[in-house]
Design a protein around this ligand. Structure first.
Ligand code: HEC
Length: 448
């Protein structure tokens, strides 16, 4: 049978740009005195700030139902794209479907095609499937099989060990989803690269060598960490700023949305907690532990791309948990995890259910109840807003928030008034943050 070749990218140009990276704008030197060193040129020369927030994740109501599935090997990476969720192990790649976890065979007619993937190092959403970086090659998972990726010849020799994907159309406005493209940040044994459509770029940062421990590139800014040393690289200027804050050792960087547009919050998984970078560039570290205790390690992130929800597995001693990340707040605990197992990878599926992969076990948690206007949003507005706006009482203009079309046309102004705290008016029960967050989440899909 003829297997259709699926290419990852046509690497038309191999551009190698060396980023001339100075020591950054501010050094925040530890040796007292001196104010803020030289280099205060340019506009945004303010010192970076770090806020530390203590406290365990907020407990959720009830634990979602779950099911377990077995697969071969030890989970090493997981990823999702659309309805496809896969896990890689030391020996192969498996698709996690609603009722089974099944091995994906390699197909293709290349004479030197490997019959096994070998160890799977990294997985990332790519185009309409998932790209797999493994010991024996670069593969592409889609339609129940693995084929060799078109990027294999160029990328595999780099020694790929980690990939982060951003799927966005950089040139068009946000409503135009027609030409989304994948932008990959690559961690390799030979250093840091970015794969943009048609172009592979190498980045080097002065004083750093070898593979970064984590990396994520937005459109204009590249974030790369070597352990506890995090850099924000202005891509156009080729300038790296060392973020001299006590963030912990960083091993993963993620966003709560697939496009991770400029101005989106970023999250860093560290050995001392969860670090959030606000759109304004302020850092907050949630230790996920009581004050005076060491921070809790965040093991892995998993993005539910459809609902723009970011989850993480945390590893509090004896009490690992699956948490949902909430912008500007402590994460919410979705479910405790079995204390005897360490989660090696996690991913959402097409329904928004969360999968946690440990040794040879996949657990699916039913977190994916779809968010809908009628089921989730209308009741919230009914409780907090329609008391006045439903019939235009207490001087409120009549706005029928129970009507889907009305909501669509009034959603932005409603959100604005909720976020700035002016609605409901003072002395009326405020819409809880959690409900407001659901509204924000729902706006990403606007499902009826
Ligand atoms: C206690 C009554 C009351 C409640 C409850 C209430 N509002 Fe209002 N709302 C008002 C009044 C009075 C005004 C007009 C004065 C103003 O603009 O602040 C108003 C104005 C607004 C406006 C501006 C409308 C326009 O056309 O300019 C929006 C939007 C709004 N409210 C949204 C909400 C939302 C969303 C909620 C629920 C989270 C809510 N309100 C809850 C009384 C209320």
């Amino acid at each position: 049978m003829h297997a259709r070749a699926r290419t990852v990218a046509i690497l038309a140009v191999l551009v190698v740009l060396a980023a001339a990276c100075g020591p950054g704008k501010s050094g925040a030197s530890t040796a007292g005195a001196g104010g803020d060193g030289a280099g205060g040129d340019g506009a945004g020369g303010e010192a970076r700030s770090l806020t530390i927030v203590h406290g365990a994740p907020v407990a959720a109501g009830s634990v979602p139902e779950h099911m377990s599935f077995a697969f071969n090997g030890y989970a090493s990476a997981a990823g999702m794209r659309g309805n496809l969720t896969v896990v890689g192990t030391g020996i192969g790649v498996y698709e996690a479907a609603i009722d089974a976890v099944t091995a994906l065979p390699i197909v293709g007619s290349e004479p030197d095609l490997a019959s096994e993937t070998g160890h799977v190092y990294a997985l990332a959403a790519y185009d309409d499937g998932i790209v797999v970086a493994a010991e024996n090659g670069l593969f592409f998972a889609k339609n129940g099989v693995l084929t060799r990726s078109g990027g294999h010849d160029v990328l595999h020799p780099l020694g790929l060990r980690g990939m982060t994907a951003r799927i966005a159309d950089e040139d068009a406005d946000e409503d135009d989803k027609g030409s989304e493209e994948t932008h990959l940040t690559l961690r390799t044994v030979n250093g840091l690269y970015e794969l943009e459509p048609g172009e592979l770029r190498a980045w080097t940062i002065a004083d750093e060598s070898g593979m970064p421990s984590a990396a994520f590139a937005q459109r204009d800014v590249l974030f790369a960490a070597w352990g506890s040393r995090l850099y924000e690289v202005d891509k156009a200027a080729g300038l790296a700023e060392l973020i001299a804050l006590e963030l912990g050792d960083i091993h993963e960087i993620a966003c709560a949305t697939q496009a991770c547009a400029p101005g989106t919050s970023l999250y860093f998984a560290t050995d001392r907690g969860l670090v959030e970078r606000s759109p304004a560039g302020e850092y907050t570290r949630y230790t996920l532990a009581a004050e005076g205790q060491p921070g809790v390690r965040v093991a892995t992130f998993a993005l539910d791309g459809k609902k723009s929800r970011l989850y993480a597995v945390t590893e509090a001693e004896g009490a690992p948990a699956l948490v949902r990340i909430m912008a500007g707040a402590l994460p919410e605990e979705v479910t405790p995890l079995d204390p005897s197992t360490m989660a090696n990878a996690s991913a959402a599926d097409g329904e928004g259910n969360m999968w946690v992969f440990t040794g040879g076990t996949a657990k699916r948690f039913a977190t994916g109840k779809p968010l809908g206007f009628a089921s989730d949003i209308a009741p919230i507005f009914g409780e907090y807003c329609s008391t006045c706006h439903g019939e235009g009482i207490k001087g409120a203009p009549t706005i029928d928030y129970s009507d889907y079309d009305v909501m669509l046309s009034k959603a932005n102004i409603a959100l604005k008034r909720i976020t700035d705290g002016s609605m409901p008016p003072p002395n009326n029960p405020p819409m809880p943050k959690e409900q407001a967050q659901l509204f924000v989440d729902w706006l990403a899909t606007k499902a009826p």
